[in-house]
Design a protein around this ligand. Sequence first.
Ligand SMILES: Nc1ncnc2c1ncn2[C@@H]1O[C@H](COP(=O)(O)OP(=O)(O)OP(=O)(O)O)[C@@H](O)[C@H]1O
Length: 904
Amino acid sequence: MLGAREELTPMLSQYLDLCEAHPDAVVMFQVGDFYEAFCEAAEEVARVCEVTLTKREDSTGTYPMAGIPIDNAASYLEALLDAGYRVAIADQVEEASEASGLVDRAVTQVITPGTVVDEELLSGATATYLGAVAGSGEETALATVDVSTGECQVTSGTERRMSEELDRLAPAELLRAPDAPDFELGFETMATDADPGTFEADAARETLSAYVAAPDSVVGSEAELRAVGGLLDYAEYTQGDDGPLEYVSRVRRYDPERSLQLDATAIRSLELFESRSPRSGDTLVEVLDETACALGRRRLASWLRRPSVDEGEIRRRHDAVAELLDRPMARETVREHLSEVYDLERLVSRVSRERANARDLRALKNTLDAVPEVKAALSEVESDPLRDLRDSLDELADVRELVGEAIRPDPPQEITEGGVVREGFDDELDEVRATEREGREWVSALEERERERTGIDSLDVGYTQVHGYYIEVTNPNLDRVPDDYTRRQTLKNSERFYTPELKRREDEILSASERADALEYEVFAEVRADVAEEVERLQTLADSLATLDVLTTFAAVAAANGYVRPEMGADSVEIEAGRHPVVERTRSEFVPNPAEFSAGHVAVITGPNMSGKSTYMRQVALIAVLAQAGSFVPARAARLPILDRIFTRVGASDDIAGGQSTFMREMAELTDILHNATEDSLVLLDEVGRGTSTTDGLAIARATTEFVHDEVGATTLFATHYHDLTELVEDLPDAFNLHFTVEKAEGEDGNPDVTFLHRVADGASSSSYGVEVAELAGVPPAVVERAREYVRESGAIPADANGGEGPDEAEMRTSSDDAPAGESDTSADAQAPTNGRASEGTLAAYVDGIESDEGAEGTTTTGAEADVLAELRELDVAQTTPLEALNALDDLKQRLDERDRNRD
Ligand SMILES: Nc1ncnc2c1ncn2[C@@H]1O[C@H](COP(=O)(O)OP(=O)(O)OP(=O)(O)O)[C@@H](O)[C@H]1O
């Protein structure tokens, strides 16, 4: 088609020019009320949007064509975005009636996943980011912008840190400077090849200078400068290349270290925003999201994604929540008024992009109306943070008044067809409108006058779009028509006429009406431009309202769910009667549990399947996240340290299936923890090692526990079914055992009936009740019985990773037991693992071998084993890649196997 360009019609040629200028996008070309695509693009559009593929025929040939209605474009555009396309919107930029030949068209917006601004395509709850990476190594920079609100941020650090930050923000579209690393990302994004030149320092400085007076002063390095420059240049391109985006009023530099680090794995496994299985129900954000407006909703997500590490800031948030909790009236009044607040950030950006219509301006006014009410509700507050917030609320009375006086209360969607500007706001407009009104009044009185003058009672005055005003006379009365009537139209039973005066009035009305519409648009655009001048003040207001919404939400949630203020800055985690904020909502009776973890201590948590280990560990982490985000926490009391990072490593079968082998992934995540956890971190390890053979898994679990204890010093909770691991605690001064208790009664069939108490207690558990859980889950009785036989035959030592030493009467509190739960069994537990110690070849024997350097009986540890153990101890896990770890394990295992063969 391109080859025959000169033979094309001017319109198709114009279309192709735009396609050439936007080679990475599908150009949707306005033709009247439709956006059309032609040729190959038409075929794609028809397929993706499920619209009919039609044909366009002109003097030069026949071309495929597919169109979507402009009025209803959002869902089609969404389908194109979802299918991985960028869409360039080519609008008619002059009135068809004014065009001398071909109507001029220009790309006014390139819609891409990271730069959508249309309300219908955006989610209110989460920000949609466009990201750009520049630099590499230690000096890697990441810049992000939310084009719908103008929030622009930049940060830098090591490649690893930036990769984590990317995971956390999950931009919908990512640009890379030529020198940027090719990250492996854990989320879906559109990779966009932006013009490499825009990432060069000089070009970037030039781009940024349109936003800030001294570009180099707002960024921390050249990499940051380049990332922001490339980013904003592309953002401008997508918004029609119309110069700088006014509503990006600041570029905020931040340091990810200044927030509690939660990588994508932690965010996922703690189920902050998404539940890991459809069954598991709610997420943390759902429990907390009682926000009144979209501003608060996004702020809440951002605080949860990035809880603070600034003790002062956390205290300020807690102070505010405490006072709002004490003032229910003020709180509810604030929330009520905040619910009238529109999405101010996006509204402001539409105003500034000249995309706001009159309804948007009225929404802005309604939002501003709420501000004095909110301030009044806070008039009595005493805490510093709330007083500061209240005082920072700018009522923007000037803007509110301007919009109130200029724009009608209930304007139409369209801004070019009148009905937008209030009377009394613009004299010229009022005059033109008066002329129009007078004309119309004259016409409406005409019928009466003409009936009187002609004596024709059935005479009608009417109007059609095509013929204009007319006087209609039925056929039987035609003889009474006066001389000054001129025939306009003949119908079956009547004739239509006009008079010179009617014609004059008609012209007057039409021209006044047209002029009024045009004037209204002009006045509207001026008002909008005046509002756009106040972008920064409006953004500051939006910021304060967002914060206030989240703080009142925290207070409302605390009031509804019985949360308490945590004391921050403690040395250790001390939680009295803590609860899991999400699980407690789905369970009718949730059992609160205490937590006491000194900094750097390792708790090995055992307990039967389903007893509550994972819930407990996550509950500790969620309480920390909530506290550092500024919320109160589900507990009777809590004293908490300020954590720098939370790591989670959950067992293989709990994992969402990824492309990687689950074991490889487990090891990669473990490596990450061992490398990066600090003394201020909280590490949750849930069944580490489960993804491989029992022997290897246990070895890894032991080595990991030792390493975390000796080298990392992070507060660690390790849930495991490797009961043998509980013995390790004896060798490690800062490690201790916890377990979950169950109640056992003898069932009618003589087998144990198990009730989960979900209660944590000191000491180790020695039973897993895997068989009982299987029975509870409905595994057929024959299988359950057979399993019980196997357990008995194995001398109470199960052969799988879920094993413990089998039901151990001494360890379990029976229902007739008088002792309080979790106490009577503790001392027995400590001995439990030594009961029934198995002979060589069993799992326990293997661990025995590992534990005793000298060899417990001289028979368990052979020379080969001792070598293997020595090597295992030598292994610097923190310096070992997952692949090396696998190879090392394989090697160790082979040597042990060889030893076994030699023995045979
Ligand atoms: N404190 C609690 N109060 C009430 N119910 C609880 C409590 N803790 C956990 N549960 C419920 O018990 C079930 C099992 O909990 P969880 O997954 O934490 O057990 P687990 O010990 O980690 O199990 P597994 O070893 O099989 O992974 C969950 O459905 C949860 O809702």
